[in-house]
Design a protein. Structure first.
Ligand code: SF4
Ligand code: SF4
Length: 313
């Protein structure tokens, strides 16, 4: 389970599934985070794996620290990893202090997100300093960089022209494919749109829901399955996670039933009737799904499932 502490982020990566950025908000309350964590422990016992992410969790380090202290007090066990883009890593003594705190509060790994998308916003020297310091404090086996190869040299993405960035982004996605949801379904899809709807039409989402490796919970308690960002399957502020899990039946819920049984192409007719302009090509089912959900969101429809607005504006 990934806890999205906030949608706020100093970066606004072109491939962000959640469309995070500096203008976004939300901060998961300690109560919501603990309720989700406890719920997962009840459901999965020792197999429960928690990671804390965002947005950028280090924007609210004091809040994160309070959450970790509370979880430790309650004996909720370890946090598999805390993710960061490293924007905050200016001073070595500050980095050491924060990492020691994480280490003393049951955090197993630090995950540093760094690739051409992040490099557009976060300076290389900060990420490098964070990586090297984290290796000293936690040991290299407890530091993950996604992706390590980009630490080798500064790509100076910030100074690249739009065309040069496009080449770097396309190259990165060829080596490390992403799902075209959220912001990834905007500019980037132009590079990879090569499938007609008829080809996508056969792709249903049963496995995506039932065989997802985990869930994400956003700052407002909304639950997303796997990386299907912006598709709300429940809210832990309304019902405990255990109950949502027990009652989850995608065939019985508006929109989810269509995605489950027919895939996103099942929503096309309803959208076209209301003026949706079908593209000739899509990069895949998630691109089509995101485009259709955006259309319904803009029309103010199906908002029980299609939301929250942070994922669509
Ligand atoms: S991908 Fe990560 S670093 Fe980039 S905008 Fe999204 S949350 Fe922020
Ligand atoms: S098409 Fe939609 S529901 Fe299916 S896996 Fe992609 S984002 Fe999730």
């Amino acid at each position: 389970m990934g806890l999205l502490l906030t949608y706020k982020c100093p970066a606004a990566c072109t491939f962000c599934y959640y469309k995070c950025g500096p203008e976004k908000g939300g901060l998961m309350s300690i109560e919501t985070a603990i309720a989700a964590w406890r719920g997962l422990k009840t459901l999965a016992g020792e197999s429960a794996k928690i990671h804390i992410t965002g947005g950028e969790p280090f924007l609210y380090f004091e809040h994160l620290a309070k959450l970790l202290e509370k979880a430790a007090k309650l004996g909720l066990g370890t946090v598999d990893m805390v993710e960061t883009n490293g924007f905050w890593a200016d001073k070595k003594n500050d980095i050491v202090e924060k990492l020691k705190f994480l280490d003393a509060h049951n955090v197993k790994k630090l995950k540093i997100s760094y690739d051409p998308f992040h490099a557009e916003f976060v300076p290389y020297n900060k990420v490098k300093l964070l990586y090297e310091t984290a290796c000293e404090v936690l040991g290299p086996q407890r530091v993950l960089v996604r992706w390590q190869e980009y630490l080798e040299k500064d790509l100076s993405v910030k100074n690249c022209s739009e065309d040069e960035k496009t080449v770097l982004f396309a190259d990165s996605l060829k080596n490390h494919p992403c799902r075209f949801t959220g912001r990834a379904a905007e500019k980037l899809t132009q590079l990879f749109a090569n499938k007609e709807v008829e080809k996508i039409a056969k792709q249903v989402c049963q496995k995506s829901f039932l065989a997802a490796k985990g869930i994400h919970i956003d700052p407002y308690g909304n639950i997303f399955s796997g990386v299907c960002s912006g598709i709300i399957i429940g809210n832990i502020n309304e019902k405990p996670l255990e109950e949502i899990w027990r009652d989850f039946n995608p065939t019985k819920k508006e929109v989810l039933n269509v995605l489950f049984n027919e895939g996103p192409a099942g929503l096309l007719e309803k959208a076209i009737k209301q003026g949706y302009q079908k593209s000739r090509l899509y990069s895949g089912k998630c691109h089509l799904c995101t485009a259709l959900r955006q259309f319904f969101f803009d029309k103010g429809q199906l908002l029980q499932i299609i939301g929250p607005e942070d994922c669509y504006i």
